[in-house]
Design a protein around this ligand. Structure first.
Ligand SMILES: NC(=O)c1ccc[n+]([C@@H]2O[C@H](COP(=O)([O-])OP(=O)(O)OC[C@H]3O[C@@H](n4cnc5c(N)ncnc54)[C@H](O)[C@@H]3O)[C@@H](O)[C@H]2O)c1
Ligand SMILES: O=P(O)(O)OC[C@H](O)CO
Length: 326
């Protein structure tokens, strides 16, 4: 919708022909976006080749679990000079690959040619032209600026950032913390608990990001604390809603069934739990959520475990990682 508003001709690929018909004929996408009227500049297509032929830029927004499959199918139709951007938040199961690593492999190009778009941006608000700010990150400033040129407008403000790894790690891990925030709200804990989760969640993002080569300052920006705030406090958040359903005692499969939309935080919890072991970093919130999601631990016991951890210092552990980059 943003790209169409900016005067670009947009082809939106979907596997679902009924959805394509609705978008093209009714100009709505009711299941995902309610009754908002979509721009005439958007054409939905069901064939990948038709979607990609002649495109000057390609935006990948499939769920993380589908990224490799979609990128592999799209690769034959994407020229070497085409700007490739993604807005997907997660890691690949098993390999723990970031999304740009998958894209680089499947599109057979350097990761430095790729761009990630992230930040506090729920589609439901963007499509209603409500003021939104995001970052586009690429190792090469030229590519980040090309993406900025495409998207920026009066209601969608786009900043560039060279720290692709930090933006991808922040976008993935915040979904785990949002599950925790939903659980906390679902258990009727108060604002203190949620503020604690957001803040200590940011520390977990920073620890893992530091180990994976991110710039700590990214986490103080839109893709870090910005996205954490929106996803832990907004009722649009799928991850928050999934967490609040878990608090009612629903099994993970039932939560996913009721949601009917992707809840990236669930798969990401497993990936981050394993990444934390691989990089030897402490991620206690992630660890407790892992036990709730995959080992049947009760959310109440998870909270007790978090609150009962050994005494520790705030300043030392945070500043060690952050100060390296200041
Ligand atoms: N919704 C948002 O506001 C928002 C904002 C920023 C980033 N994201 C990220 O975008 C990604 C997608 O999220 P979403 O909210 O659009 O999810 P969604 O559940 O609303 O939609 C996902 C779409 O992907 C399709 N899909 C699933 N598997 C597919 C496959 N194998 N091939 C092709 N299509 C497939 C589904 O049919 C569905 O139409 C996630 O990583 C999410 O974190 C979402
Ligand atoms: O609805 P969520 O929780 O998947 O979050 C969507 C976006 O990542 C918010 O920026």
């Amino acid at each position: 919708a943003v790209l169409a508003d900016n005067g670009h001709q947009v082809r939106l690929w979907t596997r679902n022909s009924e959805q394509a018909d609705e978008i093209n004929n009714q100009r709505t996408n009711v299941r995902f976006l309610g009754d908002v009227e979509l721009s005439q500049g958007i054409e939905a297509v069901t064939e990948l080749e038709a979607a990609l032929n002649g495109a000057q830029a390609v935006i990948f927004v499939a769920p993380s679990a589908a990224m490799r499959e979609v990128a592999r199918a799209a690769a034959p139709y994407i020229g070497r000079d085409v700007l490739c951007i993604h807005a997907t938040k997660g890691f690949e199961s098993g390999t723990y690959n970031r999304m740009t690593t998958i894209l680089a492999e499947e599109l057979d190009r350097s990761e430095s040619t790729l761009v990630v778009l992230s930040g506090p941006s729920h589609a439901e608000e963007v499509v209603r032209k409500q003021p939104t700010t995001v970052v586009v990150a690429s190792a090469e400033q030229y590519h980040a600026e090309s993406a900025q040129d495409l998207f920026i407008n009066s209601y969608f403000r786009v900043y560039t950032n060279p720290d692709l790894i930090g933006v991808e790690v922040a976008g993935a891990i915040k979904n785990i913390i949002a599950l925790g925030a939903g659980l906390s709200d679902g258990l009727s804990f108060g604002d203190n608990a949620k503020a604690a989760l957001i803040t200590r969640g940011l520390t977990e993002i920073a620890r893992l990001g530091d180990a994976m080569g991110a710039n700590m300052l990214t986490f103080a920006g839109l893709a870090g604390v910005g996205d954490l705030i929106v996803t832990c406090t907004s009722t649009h958040s799928r991850n928050w809603r999934a967490g609040s359903l878990l608090a009612k005692g629903l099994e993970v499969d039932e939560v996913l069934r009721q949601m009917g939309m992707v809840v990236e935080g669930i798969r990401t919890t497993r990936a981050a739990y394993e990444l934390a072991k691989l990089y030897d970093v402490q991620m206690p919130i992630t660890e407790q959520l892992y036990q709730v999601l995959f080992e049947g631990k009760s959310p109440k016991l998870a909270v007790e475990a978090l609150m009962g951890r050994g005494r520790t210092h705030e300043i030392e552990e945070v500043t060690k990682a952050w100060s390296k980059h200041v």
